[in-house]
Structures are given as C-alpha cells and as structure tokens.
Design a protein around this ligand. Structure first.
Ligand SMILES: [Cu+2]
Length: 151
C-alpha cells in the first residue's frame, strides 16, 4: 500500500497542465500620449486538451486593469468594412495550438497606464488559465523598455 502512494506522488507533477503551456515573446506597446497600452505574446498549449486564458494581472499594479481584446469585422451603414476592437471574456487554445496575441488580432489591452509605471524596470505578468475544473497560472517577467512617456 505504501509503495502505491510513493508512485502516485512521483508521477503526479509530470501531469500538470501548466508545465505544457508556455508564454513567449511578451512585448509591451506603451506610447507617449494614449492612456492605454497593448501587450503581445505567443502562448503555446502543448497539452492534449484545450486550455482557456481568462485573466491577466500585472504586478506591481501600474495599469488600472488588463483586458482581453479581439478585433471583429464590421460594416457601417454605407457598406464600408472596418475592424472594431472589443473586450472578450476568454481565449481558448486548442491542443497543440499557439495563441498569437498580436497587432490587429487578439491582444492584451493595458487599460489606464499609471504614472508609477516609470518607476519600475520590470513587470510581472500573471496569465490565468482554466482547463476543466483546474486552473493554473504562468508568470512572465518583462522589461519596461525606455519610452518617451517616462522621459
Ligand atoms: Cu485593445
């Protein structure tokens, strides 16, 4: 009986969904002027099941909040096509797929940039994921690059 427990504890960590989700190339677009910024990254799901990104938080709190955004095609009353940016509640990533957070597509919106941003060289982004009944998070540290806003 004791042997069975040892085996179970040894194997369990290998099965964690979080080990197979990687956030890469996180970059921030923070300009001098606009009150909001954007965040871009690629998020790979190496699991055999889908995972859902449902929240992103940043420490220290240099933004009012981070929203998940997408662009959707619209048509105005003259029939002209345009893209509208909307907030979405979550982003699903299929097994083996990569979610690209990028310009003109899905992205992170950094709402309400606070002046305190300029006092920090690094920020920690926490990505919150859900899969079935489990949830987990990934932390990614990113440099605050030199920008006109902070001069
Ligand atoms: Cu946006």
């Amino acid at each position: 009986m004791a042997m069975r427990w040892i085996v179970f504890l040894f194997i369990f960590p290998v099965l964690l969904a979080s080990d197979k989700v990687t956030v890469k190339n996180l970059g921030l677009k923070i300009l001098n002027g606009p009150k909001n910024g954007a965040g871009y990254a690629s998020v790979y799901n190496g699991n055999a099941f889908a995972v859902t990104l449902y929240k992103v938080e940043v420490q220290p709190e240099v933004f009012d909040r981070v929203e998940l955004h997408d662009h959707v095609p619209r048509e105005d009353k003259n029939g002209t096509q345009y893209m509208e940016m909307i907030e979405i509640p979550e982003m699903e990533i299929a097994p083996g797929a990569t979610l690209f957070l990028q310009r003109g597509g899905k992205h992170l919106m950094l709402m309400g940039i606070k002046p305190t941003l300029c006092g920090f060289k690094k920020l920690t982004f926490e990505f919150f994921f859900r899969t079935g009944k489990d949830s987990f998070e990934q932390k990614v540290v990113v440099d605050v690059l030199k920008n006109k806003r902070c001069e």
